[in-house]
Design a protein around this ligand. Structure first.
Ligand SMILES: [Fe+2]
Ligand SMILES: [Fe+2]
Length: 231
């Protein structure tokens, strides 16, 4: 798979993979790209183009993970990107999935207990996921920001994270949600809504997997390194 470069037209990125559009938005870069290249638009929006390309290329190709390059950027860039990603999940991805589950349930003739189980499972998943985001935003991201900006204030802070484990749960539970729908949905339902829901869940699964990978493989090692440096 190709690797996008600074000289590529931004339009080309979205034409190659329309799923990149939300990622581009997370950097504050808006449509109306004209003929401008990645480098020109990053400059106009004051975005670090090397970091932008590392994120976009990683998102675009699951086999591409330039670990050393990603580790070399300031953790502040990554924290900012991760926060915007959480916001995107809360504002768009989760509500879209929720609405589709609801429409799917309404499209069946009767609401039996299996059908209600689908909605219940999803709601409990969403609750746990939002708690996970909150924990990261309250306990992890501020420590990273402090370590970079005011390291003297963070002396003697221990940092234990079980995020890798939590991230595995996030993956498993999305898979379970798909399986529950595939196994228990009653045969009378709106086919279009069902297809769209499966598409959304798979899309979200890929996105959040990429997000968790950034946290496990890049952010956590960066935090540990910064903590070692202040000790
Ligand atoms: Fe996160
Ligand atoms: Fe996470």
């Amino acid at each position: 798979m190709q690797e996008f470069t600074k000289n590529d037209k931004m339009v080309h990125l979205v034409q190659a993979n329309h799923n990149l559009l939300p990622v581009i938005h997370r950097f504050g870069i808006r449509l109306g790209f004209g003929n401008r290249t990645v480098e020109e638009l990053c400059l106009a929006y004051e975005v670090n183009s090397d970091f932008f390309l590392a994120i976009v290329n990683t998102f675009n190709n699951k086999n591409f993970f330039p670990k050393d390059r990603l580790l070399s950027f300031s953790p502040l860039l990554l924290v900012d990107y991760l926060k915007k990603t959480h916001q995107y999940y809360i504002d768009y991805s989760l509500p879209r999935i929720e609405k589709l589950i609801h429409r799917l349930l309404l499209s069946t003739p009767k609401q039996n207990s299996e059908m209600q189980m689908i909605e219940k499972f999803y709601l409990s998943y969403k609750k746990k996921l939002i708690e996970h985001f909150d924990e990261e935003e309250q306990d992890v991201f501020p420590v990273v920001e402090k370590l970079v900006l005011h390291p003297e204030e963070v002396k003697n802070t221990s940092f234990d994270s079980n995020f890798e484990e939590e991230h595995e749960h996030v993956d498993f539970e999305l898979d379970d949600l798909k399986n529950i729908i595939l196994k228990y949905l009653v045969p009378e339902y709106d086919e279009l809504v069902c297809n769209k829901l499966m598409e959304e869940i798979c899309h979200f699964e890929r996105d959040i997997h990429d997000h968790s990978r950034m946290e496990d493989a890049i952010l956590i090692p960066q935090v540990k390194q910064l903590l070692n440096a202040v000790e």
